[in-house]
Design a protein around this ligand. Sequence first.
Ligand code: ATP
Ligand code: MN
Length: 269
Amino acid sequence: MEDKLEKRLRRREYRYEREQRYLRKRSELNEVLEEVFDQQTLMTLYELMNRRMIRDFYGVVSAGKESRIYLAKDSEDRDLAVKIYLVVSAEFRRNRLMYVVDDPRFKKTPKDFRDFIYLWARREYKNLEAAYESGIPVPKPYFVRNNILGMEFIGEDGKRYPTLIEVELSEETYIKVYEQVMDVVERLYRKARLVHGDLSEYNIFILPDDKIVLIDLSQAVHVEQPIADKLLLRDLKNISRYFRKHGIEVEEPEEAFERITGRPPLIPP
Ligand code: ATP
Ligand code: MN
């Protein structure tokens, strides 16, 4: 009898402590995040924490105008990169409409800009998923809920790896990296049926073993979208420019375009 009662009390005590801990954490988090995020975003965050997709938040990895990226941990102690799109303005929708219309995967384009941003986050998740499943080096996507996307953190001990813009490499390494980038663009097109659309030295991580990881696939488009050709050619031009600047002999963007798609780029009128 005694034993049972004691157990029950202990269990209750334990639960109480856990709840307190949770509340404390929740209020600390509240203070920091409340200044940045609107009520609905906070609700989504708490929902993700209740569902144990996110356990704890650590520092801000990047604070842009339209999104913020946090280092977080999930309930299995895995590092996460949590990308939170700020629910900003109607301008966000206007500037991005061209990426979304005619996407065969998303039939409707929301009028409401909050819904539009949710769509934008879902699209990035889908793009990451398609790329990841085709064996292309991108962060593994974990979850998406409203304007919050969770993915694999590309780094070590809570410190992200550098992007190409942040490093100086040897000529030999530049050549190796260039070959990887060209291979990845081709496989992204042929296997995942995607064009990155914002490919540059800012969105390519370089790992300690000189392997690369592409990030920021929010504006990636399906190859069948009318805008795909233009974006592919632009991506290829950005890549050529960067590697040429570092003294590497590169393929002409138009030739690469033809090799990848099987047809020459149309010269715009
Ligand atoms: P920006 O306008 O600054 O490019 P963005 O909204 O396009 O921001 P991203 O490019 O996806 O967002 O991410 C911004 C920055 O956050 C990246 O440059 C990188 O430093 C960091 N980052 C993004 N994803 C990850 C990740 N999975 N792991 C680690 N760091 C990341
Ligand atoms: Mn970016």
